[in-house]
Design a protein around this ligand. Structure first.
Ligand SMILES: N[C@@H](CCC(=O)N[C@@H](CS)C(=O)NCC(=O)O)C(=O)O
Length: 221
């Protein structure tokens, strides 16, 4: 398999696709194309990015191509077995699928006003009412998943899975923008942040020297 991703520091959807590829256990080649520079404009015109109309992540499995992080999770779960990604229990799985879909379709204020920036550290970034509502909703869902289904491990549904993959960039935002969260969330976020795949991604993000100004000073809506 071949996975094309954007900058590790900024590309939250790429992080999801990359974690999904890791979770599948299938070997894959990883190609990073830095977003929004000259190289990006050139890459967007090429065949590799054509199916997604110039968006990352995009996964090639031989002649089969899958783009969009959620489709990549679904495709890989079909390929290697659902249990690697989703809880076995149907009630837990119903909630996990809903949480993943909600992350994929929602929280625009948090996503726009607090773009993923793994190298960033510190308080002082304003949190609007809209972003605050997103944060409260996410923390409520995390609390419920952990309380009802998280007994088997430190992740949302116990073992690391699709829900943790899709919320990993939110964990990053809460840490790097120093968003205050309750104790249960601190413990959950620590488990995600310390996961060996996250640590590898963070180290690679820190080693990148590309800077995208619009993500360094996001619109203060
Ligand atoms: N819904 C897509 C979103 C993909 C996306 O917007 N990726 C961004 C990078 S994080 C991108 O490719 N931006 C480049 C562009 O829009 O030109 C997914 O889940 O993968």
């Amino acid at each position: 398999m071949k996975l094309i991703i954007g900058n590790k520091n900024y590309s939250s959807w790429s992080l999801r696709g990359w974690l999904a590829a890791k979770q599948s256990g299938v070997a894959f080649e990883e190609i990073t194309v830095p977003l929004y520079g000259d190289e990006w404009d050139e890459a967007k015109k090429g065949d590799d990015l054509a199916p997604s109309s110039g968006k990352v992540p995009i996964l090639w499995d031989g002649e089969t191509v899958v783009w969009d992080s959620l489709a990549i999770i679904d495709f890989l779960a079909d390929k290697v077995g659902r249990d690697r990604f989703w809880p076995k229990d149907e009630t837990a799985r119903g909630m996990a699928r809903s949480m993943v879909a909600e992350m994929h379709s929602s929280y625009l204020a948090l996503r726009r006003q607090h773009p993923m920036n793994i190298r960033k550290r510190g308080e002082g970034h304003p949190v609007t009412d809209e972003a605050r509502a997103d944060i409260v909703r996410i923390l409520t869902l995390w609390a419920e998943a952990r309380a009802r289904f998280g007994k088997g491990g430190p992740f949302l549904f116990g073992a690391f899975g699709a829900a943790d993959i899709i919320y990993a960039p939110v964990v990053s935002r809460f840490i790097t923008y120093a968003i205050p969260v309750p104790g249960f969330a601190v413990a959950y976020m620590q488990a995600v942040w310390e996961h060996e795949w996250l640590q590898a991604w963070i180290a690679a993000a820190e080693a990148e020297d590309w800077v995208i100004e619009k993500f360094e000073e996001p619109a203060r809506a």
